[in-house]
Ligand binder design. Structure first.
Ligand code: HEM
Length: 142
């Protein structure tokens, strides 16, 4: 009996330790690094392309360049080793007339892509917390 309790205690201590160690990890690491971020961006851009609410905006977009820039942006913003080399959010989206509703639709597609790749709720919230404030530089119309 004493042995069983000792094993149980050890188990509790080890799992608490793992949870604690995970807390110290960057969002980048918890997302699964560049490979996992690339998979999410791939799914996300696919969803945006199929989304009739917003795909009109991307009619003349170089999707390969867009994907590279999105991966680098998310990688860098989440604490990863990448450097985003694209234009500022204000410059990029200037004159597109992006609406509030279009922004909401794009976020929905991103959440669907994150869910598809089984990214945890805490990581999703953290990522949206980083990207959300960019809204004021992107949306031009109610
Ligand atoms: C937080 C939300 C968003 C983020 C983080 C974001 C990020 C980016 C990035 C990194 C690029 C590439 C910039 C470059 O190549 O220099 C880009 C391009 C683009 N974005 Fe966004 N974007 C967001 C929201 C939106 C929304 C809501 C729309 C419209 C529905 C939109 C439409 C576009 C288009 C059409 C391009 C391509 C521009 C081109 O072809 O030159 N974006 N975005």
């Amino acid at each position: 009996m004493g042995k069983a309790i000792a094993v149980l205690l050890l188990g509790v201590i080890v799992s608490a330790g793992i949870a604690w160690a995970d807390k110290g990890k960057s969002l980048y690491d918890r997302l699964g690094g560049k490979v996992a971020i690339t998979a999410v961006v791939e799914t996300f851009v696919g969803k945006v392309g199929a989304d009739k609410r917003i795909n009109g905006y991307f009619g003349s977009t170089d999707l390969l360049k867009l994907k590279v820039h999105l991966v680098d942006q998310i990688c860098e913003a989440s604490g990863g080793p990448c450097k985003y080399a694209g234009r500022s959010m204000k410059q990029t989206h200037a004159g597109m007339g992006v609406t509030d509703a279009a922004f909401g639709a794009l976020v929905e597609d991103l959440v669907a892509a994150l869910n598809h790749h089984k990214v945890g709720k805490a990581e999703q919230e953290e990522l949206l917390g980083i990207l959300g404030p960019m809204k004021s530089d992107i949306v031009e119309k109610k």
